[in-house]
Design a protein around this ligand. Structure first.
Ligand SMILES: *Cc1c(COP(=O)(O)O)cnc(C)c1O
Length: 226
């Protein structure tokens, strides 16, 4: 086994243990390998071990890697999405985690229609309220979610957040718990299933699993430091 494959297995094992400790089934949590800044060969190494789920945060980098790698990779886009990059991302990505404004949502829906695609989308929520963070304010979430639920060319699947980097475990847990409550409230109010909670990164994915994450986004614990 290569080092990358071993790192990946270790992360899977940590997810399994965190799931078990909180009475969840490990199969209910997917591991997104965040390959941003790492070359296609690194992705290839994991691909050869059966990994198919990769996340990128820049559109040109996503396009370049997608062109160089097998077509059965499931790409997720997790970064800030500029208007002029929407078409490229829609052509490639199965899921976009970082939808946080009405104009962006409407643009993705329109372009997906033009491209004959139907991407899954998550609404990114800035739970902690940090000024530098992407994501919609919780107060604007309901309006955005209503709009997302009405879009014809995308599938609104759930919510995404990032915990503050320098927070205590208690603070991080509170952020994840808040996202889960937002999801539960929205699913009830809009009467739709919102099965996906994208939360947890290298530093906090076990906390996220304890609070209901169904999709953890792990980069450096698999690929190394950036
Ligand atoms: C880079 C990135 C990650 C992965 O971060 P690590 O700390 O390297 O695991 C997860 N989510 C988003 C949105 C990212 O940009």
């Amino acid at each position: 086994m290569s080092t990358l494959q071993q790192n990946y297995s270790e992360v899977l094992e940590r997810i399994r243990r965190a799931a078990e400790a909180s009475g969840r089934r490990a199969e209910s949590i997917r591991l997104l390998a965040v390959s941003k800044t790492f070359p296609a060969e690194a992705i290839r190494e994991l691909y050869d071990a059966g990994v198919r789920l990769f996340g990128e945060s820049r559109a040109p980098e996503l396009a370049e890697k997608a062109a160089a790698l097998p077509a059965d990779i499931e790409w997720h886009f997790i970064g800030r999405l500029q208007a002029n990059k929407v078409r490229k991302v829609v052509q490639i990505a199965r899921m976009i985690h970082s939808v946080d404004t009405l104009p962006l949502l409407e643009r993705i829906d329109r372009i997906a229609g033009e491209e004959g695609r139907r991407p899954e989308i998550l609404l990114e929520v800035n739970v902690s309220g940090e000024a530098t963070k992407a994501g919609t304010a919780p107060s604007a979430l309901e309006r955005l979610a209503e709009e997302a639920a009405g879009c014809r060319n995308l599938v609104f699947c759930g919510l995404m957040t990032m915990a503050p980097a320098d927070a205590t475990e208690t603070e991080i847990a509170a952020v994840f718990e808040t996202l889960r409550r937002c999801r539960d409230a929205l699913a009830g109010r809009l009467q739709i299933a919102l099965p996906v909670l994208s939360m947890g990164m290298s530093g906090d994915f076990e906390i996220a699993v304890r609070h209901g994450s169904t999709l953890v986004r792990v980069g450096s614990s698999i690929f190394g430091g950036r």
